[in-house]
Design a protein around this ligand. Structure first.
Ligand SMILES: [Zn+2]
Length: 136
């Protein structure tokens, strides 16, 4: 069961449902961050926890055909997503939908069991999956 698996790293995302990315906001600079830094890298002020948008568009990505770390399935894809709230973040993409990825495509946050953690244990990771306009 997925519920027995732990996130690959604490404090990065909430499993949900619904899954959420744990971001932060510097109220002085009005800038958002992910993952959350200990302090704002610009003004060194305190940052506030915020939930980031769970939807965005693919800025760029690369598919790995072999040699993926952490027992990630191959092919798998990683890249950058422009979230609706303006932040660009690095992410995995849905390993079952690598062929559907495209620049500018709308994607939605998911959390699932993918690969292993630093201790070689199966774990949960966040990833983005393409939106298909309602079909299965
Ligand atoms: Zn700041």
């Amino acid at each position: 069961m997925d519920s027995e698996l732990k996130p690959v790293m604490e404090g990065i995302f909430e499993v949900g449902p619904p899954p959420r990315l744990c971001g932060s906001l510097c109220p002085e600079c009005n800038e958002k961050f992910f993952p959350k830094p200990p302090v704002c890298p610009h003004c060194l002020g305190e940052v506030q926890d915020i939930n980031l948008s769970t939807k965005g568009k693919i800025y760029t990505y690369a598919a790995l055909q072999m040699g993926a770390m952490y027992k990630l399935p191959v092919p798998c894809a990683v890249g950058w997503v422009d979230l609706e709230d303006g932040l660009r973040i690095f992410s995995l993409f849905d390993p079952e939908k690598v062929s559907e990825l495209d620049f500018g495509k709308e994607v939605t946050l998911q959390v699932g069991a993918i690969g292993v953690d630093n201790n070689d244990q199966s774990c949960l990771r966040y990833y983005f999956t393409p939106e298909n306009g309602g079909d299965k």
